[in-house]
Design a protein. Sequence first.
Length: 137
Amino acid sequence: MGRKRLQRKDNKRPEADLANRTRHMEIISTAPTGRFQIQADVWEARNSLWVYTPSIWDAKRNLHILSFEDESWSADNSFWSSENQVSLILRKFPGNHRPEQLNVEIDCVAQVATIAAASPIPLSKLESALNQALTWV
C-alpha cells in the first residue's frame, strides 16, 4: 500500500499529534456476499503516515463484531477466503516492534481469531493477544 513506517525509540504517542490529526472512515474490503465488511478509521499519524484502525461490521446483525480500543492498530491488508473467513495483516503504530506485522485469521460467524496458527481465541480477547505477541525494540 506504499505507507511509510515511522521508527521511534519508545512506543509513546505525543498527545498533540493525536489532537490535531485528520480522520475519516473507509471500507477496506467486503466479504463475497456482502455480509461482513472490514472498515477502517483512517487517521494521519505523521506527515503522510496513515493508520487504518480496523473494525469488522456485520451487516446482517447491524453491529461491529470487532473494534480496537487502541487506535494504533492498523490493517495493512485483508483477504477473504470465504464469506465468513478473513485474514488481516496488522501492524501497530509507531512500528518499533517485532514482528513488524501479524497475520490474524478471523472466523466472523464463530467470532474467533487465530494468530500465527495458535489456538482460536474469542474476538473480545484479540487485542490483548496481539499486544502480547509483540516485542518492542
